[in-house]
Write a protein that binds this ligand. Structure first.
Ligand code: VG1
Ligand code: CO
Length: 548
């Protein structure tokens, strides 16, 4: 029996999706009708679009964090009451973000719902999140998330079927009202896709000849995927997967693939006896960190290196149509695109901006400084894909990650790069910092800071080359004549206060200077960034909360 529940939405004024969906504390999601308000608003928005919701199929799954199973049961009953025909759900309620994108495309569904707060911690006191992906497999564009948000403000009632819970652990079909729920293997379609892209035989040979790797799944979603792909299909030692079992609180950790958070992996990789290759992924499996023996590959360099070596991978053998990077990502890939004579696009932060470029075949590869890369195989960034890409390059070139990176710098020069985050700032203070930067913008050009002349200072605005939609206020940038840059933007994924991200980059062509310490090389630019923004003064902090 379908129930209609009346609600008062005035207490749900904060359901505007951010960079990557709606993210809140679990306790916020646990409020009566909170999740329902968001899901019904999503369904109403979709029903109002030409594609319509009724009679359609959606993919549904999450990264296994606390509240995942409960939320899935609610969404299933609401899907049944709202006239959906079919749901494809990963066994145990598990699906990585890239796997959802893969399934949407393979089964040509209307879209998919991912339950994840990505790299944010999980557990009863931590974070939960929801994002919606459209039929191309990519994150919903702003026009959908904005319409959804407007719905959340005025929704008066939602529909839910009064029915028992479904069994999330039983493969196969179950019916609930007129809805058919199919519980599927979360890994298989995705693993098959990886096998069709990369030269598995070459990687398998390399591993069988003694190549050692370590992959840190951080007790998040990628454990089962890494086991199937790296161990079962590529022959890696089962012990090369660390923290491989998904836990609802990620073992108390922060599933962020950085040297700070992937501590166990970092400890393994920076020793005498380190494996040849190390990698980690985040909560929902869409990001990656790549390490060599005692060697860190910066994510911006990783994008440039993948681009330069793409033709070693079977799926990209015929070359790339173009590449894209988010604005704060270093300009390393621009130089490679130049050399390959392919276009290079600069988009705002967030994966949704790559969708149109990929759909119209303007680009084949894309990436962000925040440890995310991807390609036209799906419409999300993809952690394990990047790991396999690196393994494919290493196996083809017969060189280790450090050698590959150093020869890249030798050919193209090195972009020193760092990001300083000031997390959980008071929102008023963050606003003061940003508006004071805005006010200074037209006074900077032509002046010199850190012994460099400013050639451009503006607030980044993006016009989508395909649908011509405009996204403004996407970060404040100060560009120097020697191609150094300082960029400021506020994070759209945090759940407490505001996070100011400061991105700093300088280019060094002379390869005698490629071995210096990054923070040392960027010191004067860092000081300039601190002075211009007054971040330390306003926040009364003398160091960033995180340095990448
Ligand atoms: C951060 C990153 C951005 C990334 C986003 C989602 O956003 O900077 O590059 O796309 O997280 O990644 P923000 O607004 O906090 O800077 V994930 O792994 O959460 O899907
Ligand atoms: Co993620």
């Amino acid at each position: 029996m379908s129930d209609i529940k009346n609600i008062n939405t005035t207490c749900f004024e904060d359901q505007r999706p951010g960079t990557s969906g709606l993210r809140k504390k679990v306790s916020v999601f646990q409020q009566p009708h909170y999740l329902e308000n968001f899901i019904q608003s999503l369904f109403n928005t979709l029903e109002g679009l030409p594609e319509k919701l009724q009679g359609k199929t959606l993919v549904l799954g999450g990264d296994g964090r606390f509240h995942n199973r409960k939320a899935i049961q609610v969404i299933v009953k609401m899907a049944a009451a709202n006239g959906l025909k079919r749901l494809l759900i990963g066994k145990g309620g598990l699906l990585s973000t890239p796997a959802v994108s893969c399934l949407i495309r393979k089964h040509q569904t209307l879209g998919g719902i991912v339950l994840s707060a990505s790299h944010n911690p999980g557990g009863p006191k931590a974070d939960f999140g929801i994002k919606y992906n459209i039929s191309n497999g990519g994150p919903a564009p702003e026009k959908i998330t904005e319409a959804l948000y407007q719905q959340t403000l005025s929704l008066q009632q939602y529909k839910i079927l009064d029915a028992p819970n479904i069994d999330l652990d039983q493969l196969g079909e179950q019916n609930i009202g007129s809805l058919c729920v199919e519980i599927i293997d979360p890994v298989e379609d995705y693993a098959n896709m990886m096998e069709a892209i990369f030269d598995f035989e070459k990687i398998r040979n390399m591993i069988s000849q003694g190549f050692r790797l370590s992959f840190d799944a951080m007790h998040a979603i990628t454990g089962p995927y890494a086991n199937e792909i790296l161990v079962n299909r590529l022959g890696a030692n089962p012990q090369s997967i660390i923290n491989g079992i998904p836990l609802t609180d990620f073992g108390g950790g922060h599933p962020d693939p950085s040297l700070d958070h992937a501590k166990e992996l970092a400890a393994q990789m920076f020793t005498e006896d380190a494996p040849d290759f190390g990698a980690a992924s985040d909560g929902d499996g869409d990001r990656n960190m790549i390490l060599g023996k005692n060697f860190f590959i910066s994510p911006s360099d990783s994008l440039a290196i993948l681009t330069a070596n793409a033709q070693l991978v079977p799926a990209y053998r015929d070359g790339l149509s173009g590449v894209a990077r988010s604005m704060p990502t270093s300009q390393a890939v621009d130089l490679v695109a130049d050399a390959l004579d392919i276009p290079c696009f600069e988009t705002p932060t967030g994966w949704k901006f790559f969708g149109n470029l990929l759909d119209s075949n303007k680009i084949t590869l894309c990436g962000e400084e925040s440890f995310g890369n991807g390609s036209n195989h799906i419409r999300e960034k993809d952690g394990l894909w990047a790991v396999l890409f690196w393994l494919n390059i290493i196996a083809s070139r017969g060189q280790n990650p450090e050698q590959i990176c150093r020869s890249h710098w030798k050919q193209f020069g090195r972009h020193y790069y760092t990001r300083h985050d000031y997390e959980a700032l008071d929102t008023d203070i963050a606003d003061i910092i940003v508006s004071s930067l805005r006010q200074q913008l037209n006074t900077l050009t032509g002046n010199s800071y850190a012994e460099r002349r400013v050639c451009l200072s503006d607030e980044f605005s993006y016009t989508d080359p395909v649908d011509h939609s405009i996204s403004s206020q996407q970060g404040i940038r100060i560009c120097f004549e020697d191609s150094a840059r300082i960029i400021f933007r506020l994070s759209g994924t945090g759940t407490s206060g505001a996070t100011l991200r400061i991105y700093i980059e300088a280019y060094e062509e002379n390869h005698d200077k490629h071995d210096l310490d990054t923070q040392f090389v960027l010191k004067s630019l860092i000081e300039t960034a601190n002075e211009l923004s007054g971040v330390q003064l306003h926040s009364k902090r003398d160091t960033p909360s995180a340095i990448t």
